[in-house]
Structure formats: C-alpha cells, structure tokens
Design a binder for this molecule. Structure first.
Ligand code: PLP
Length: 380
C-alpha cells in the first residue's frame, strides 16, 4: 500500500483499465461459463444492499427477510414444503452444507458417499474436508447415473447419494426418481445437485420437464442445490441450498459467541445480502413467464448449435438435454486451442475428450452463427 492515497478520478481510471482485461459477456465470446451477465435490475439491487451483512443478520432484519423470501420462492419452484435453506456463496458451499447435514444426521464411523462419475468436482473438495469416502458409481451410455450401480455401492457406512440435475460437463440429468427409490429403500439422504438445472428444468416445455423429475416431489430427495448466479441471472455470489425439512439445519448449526444472531448455518460467516437482493429482484422482475422465455431462447439456440454441428459432420457426445452442447472433432484438444487463440472462450473436457459450449442468456443467435462460421472454416 502506498503511503499517500490517490484521487478518485485516478483510481477509477486505473480500475477501468484493469477491467478492460476481463472478458465481457456481451461480446458473445464466452461459451464456457455457467455464470452470465446479471439482469440490469440485479445490478441495481446489488448496489443497494452492499452494506448489509447476513452473517450478523440481527442488524439487517430486512435483508434476512429477503433471504427467506428468496428461499421460499426457490422452494416453491422445486415443490418443497419447507423454507429451510440459505443463499450461499455458490454451488460448492451448497453441496458442502448438504453433505455435512447428511453425514451428521446418520453419524456413522468412516462415512461414505456414493457419487456418480459425473458429479461436480466440488465433491472432491467436500469429501476431503468432511472426511467422507467417495464411492464412485457407473454411468450409462448417455452419461447418466445408473441407479443399480449406485445401489451396489451402498454399504452400512453410506450416509448419502448424490444425483445431478444438469451435469457441469454435459448438462445430463440423472434418473433422480430411480435414485430416490434407492435412497428411500436404504434410509439414506439423496442430495440433488441442481446448481444449473434447478433454474432450467422448471421452465422447459411441459413434456420435457415431465421427463426430468428431480425435485422435492420425489420422497427420497432431502436437499437440493440451485444456484441463482448461474441460470438465475443474478450477481455473484449466489448459490442456493434447500432442505426438505428444518430438522436438517440442526446438523449445520454453529453457535456464535458475540454476534446479533445466536447461530449461523452457513460455512461463510460474514456474507453480503447484495446478491440475495439481486436474486429477489430478478425473480420479481421476470416471474415464471420471463424465465420461461429466457430458458426457451437458450434451448432454441442450443438446438440450433447442436443441429449445425452435426451438419458439419462432427459428432455430438450426447443430444443436449439442457443448455450444454458437447462435441468432438478429429482432434478436439487442438480444435479447442485454435478456437481459444481466435478469441473464443470454450472448454476442452479431457475426461471426455470433447469441446463443450454452455448456452447462457448472454448469447444471441448472431454469436452462435459467428462461432459456427469460424468452426466450419477451421475444420475444412
Ligand atoms: C453441477 C454443478 N455443481 C456445483 C457447481 C459449483 O458451483 P460454484 O462454482 O458456484 O461453487 C457447479 C459449477 O459450475 C456445477 O455446474
């Protein structure tokens, strides 16, 4: 830190310069992110609540109510009856709280969790932190969990099963009904990681939605991760964790020795209400109709991209279920590197040797068409 402070104009000019190095969603080149440009109303709401700390929410009762309202809205959307949940720092923290609750609910020694091979890498961190042994279950040829394989992994030390509604790599949705039946039969916790899919599936066309059951209507589902900072078009950081019943909260509770609240439930202590307000504002502003329109637009672009990739004689890894397209070229890694050099932010997934594109709300038809034109030039 310098000895003397600088003036505001200089500071802001420097910050603008630095910000110029960051990728911009509106340029339409970011094809690999599960976050997106927040809605304008989210940016305004975020600014308004910059000073509110939900880690000491006795001082900020308005913000606390807002968080409860957001949780209630998410629970409604996912057919939950309880309002037990929090807006946390992201999907990682949400998954962590779910597995902490599951582990301490059953309280067995040397606990294990059954994870399909497609589970998000956050579970590697979580297993490490919570001293849970991961037991990996197989996927079928559409990269979805196989309930029979999950069941074979269960032992008397298993405390939870994880299913994913919208895998990070392919957007695959596990057969959550099958996993729920396994969980109920063995009396263990099923956590659904719907970080992405939780704000996509409820807004799909009825027939598609119906085939992708994943929420609290299934009795075995005890907790769900659903992230407003992904398809919720809110500001970062906004993850969501919802529990089927309040009793789970006892297992993630910490007494606070000196704050205005006697207890905290999140892993993060001091936490901003800004992204909670942003999430609330987006939900109020768009309503189900607005979300349905945005999701419909993303899915239409996803299908357009997938169809055109096939027209180029490239192979899709799977037909997209949600707004992710994964495909292979004769040398996928090299193709990804060339596309990256041309300014596209695109992922290469080594595990599946494929390229991966996430169609988020910041992408428009012309962005996808420009990308396809570039790709087609490259592979000819
Ligand atoms: C399915 C899934 N779960 C969890 C996460 C982790 O979320 P975060 O990066 O917000 O912690 C992601 C991130 O992309 C994800 O796609």
């Amino acid at each position: 830190m310098e000895n003397r402070g600088r003036n505001r104009k200089e500071i802001l000019a420097k910050l603008r310069l630095i910000l110029g190095n960051d990728a911009k969603y509106e340029d339409g080149k970011i094809l690999c992110s599960m976050c997106t440009k927040p809605r304008p109303i989210a940016e305004i709401a975020h600014q308004m609540f910059l000073c509110s700390n939900l880690g000491d929410s006795g001082l900020f009762p308005g913000s606390r109510r807002l968080e409860q309202e957001v949780v209630r809205k998410l629970a409604d959307l996912l057919n939950g009856k309880s309002k037990a949940g929090f807006i946390v720092s992201g999907g990682t923290e949400a998954n962590l709280l779910a597995l902490l609750a599951a582990r301490d609910w059953l309280d067995v020694s040397n606990p294990e969790v059954v994870l399909p091979e497609s589970a998000h890498f956050s579970f590697d961190k979580i297993c490490n932190l919570l001293k849970l042994k991961p037991v990996w279950a197989e996927l079928d040829n559409t990269f979805r969990a196989v309930p029979e394989s999950v069941e074979r992994c269960i032992t008397d030390r298993t405390v939870a099963i994880v299913g994913t509604a919208g895998t990070a790599e392919l957007g695959a949705v596990d057969p959550i009904r099958g996993l729920s039946e396994v969980a109920l039969a063995h009396g263990i916790h099923l956590h659904v990681d719907a970080a992405l899919g939780g704000l996509v599936i409820p807004f799909l066309k009825y027939a598609e939605r119906d085939a992708l059951e994943f929420d609290f209507r299934l009795g075995g589902v005890k907790s769900i991760t659903v992230d407003p900072h992904k398809m919720g078009m809110s500001t970062v950081p906004a993850g969501g964790i919802l529990f089927r019943k309040r009793a789970f909260l006892d297992h993630i509770k910490t007494e606070t020795p000196y704050l205005s609240d006697e207890t905290q439930y999140t892993f993060v202590g001091t936490r901003s209400a800004a992204s909670v307000a942003a999430t609330w504002a987006v939900f109020e502003s768009l309503g189900r109709e607005g979300f349905t329109k945005t999701v419909g637009r993303c899915m239409a672009l996803t299908r357009l991209l997938a169809k055109n990739i096939e027209t180029l004689n490239l192979k899709l890894v799977v037909q997209p279920t949600l707004n992710i397209v994964a495909f292979r070229t004769s040398n996928s890694k090299e193709t990804a590197e060339i596309l990256q050099k041309r300014g596209w932010f695109i992922s290469y997934v080594p595990r599946l040797d494929c390229l991966r594109i996430v169609i988020m709300p910041h992408l428009r038809r012309q962005h996808v068409q420009t990308f396809l034109a570039d790709l087609s030039k490259m592979i000819q």
